[in-house]
Design a protein around this ligand. Structure first.
Ligand SMILES: C[S@@+](CC[C@H](N)C(=O)[O-])C[C@H]1O[C@@H](n2cnc3c(N)ncnc32)[C@H](O)[C@@H]1O
Length: 161
């Protein structure tokens, strides 16, 4: 799953990368391992209880603790991002948090990808198609539980949702 989430982390060129819902840092460390030495990673996690795990081996990342809704302006200022990788429970987030995520993604560089984890394969394809012009789903069977990643590009303007 980490490998699929990091599909668009490009080791050959510098990128500005945002990770949302970094948890214990398993994906964070995979991004750091794969990314170009000139890339920058900002990782966001709601719960600072995860700090001892998340910070271990992640010293090259800028780690911010708090809700994505509260961090929205700070993250918009830290962008534009070339890639947003999300482990957030996006479909069950409150509307304000979804809007914060989509506003950060909408401000990303042209062609930027939003790669979203899911543990319910295909169920939310329609949801992501409301927000993005192109949605590609990659199934990941070798994961407990099996899941996948939605790779989304072309954020739609908020007024057409
Ligand atoms: C499925 S877990 C991610 C797992 C992570 N990739 C790992 O390796 O541990 C989702 C994470 O999103 C965080 N989260 C949920 N809502 C959030 C929000 N509004 N803002 C920031 N993080 C949030 C949770 O605290 C949780 O750590």
């Amino acid at each position: 799953m980490c490998r699929e989430l990091c599909r668009w982390v490009d080791p050959t060129r510098p990128q500005r990368i945002l990770e949302l819902g970094a948890g214990t840092g398993v994906v964070t460390r995979t991004i750091l391992h794969r990314m170009h030495s000139g890339s920058a990673l900002v990782a966001v996690e709601l719960l600072d209880d995860f700090a001892p795990f998340l910070q271990r081996g992640s010293d090259r990342a800028t780690i911010l603790f708090g809700c994505v809704t509260q961090l929205r302006e700070r993250l918009e200022a830290a962008g534009p991002f070339d890639l947003v990788i999300s482990g957030l429970p996006f479909p069950s987030l409150p509307e304000s948090a979804r809007r914060a995520v989509l506003s950060i993604v909408a401000a990303a560089t042209p062609g930027a990808t939003f790669s979203q984890l899911t543990e319910l394969p295909m169920l939310y394809r329609g949801l992501y198609r409301r927000y993005f012009r192109t949605v590609r789903f990659r199934f990941v069977g070798l994961n407990v539980p099996p899941g996948g990643v939605y790779h989304c590009t072309g954020a739609r303007a908020m007024r057409v949702w």
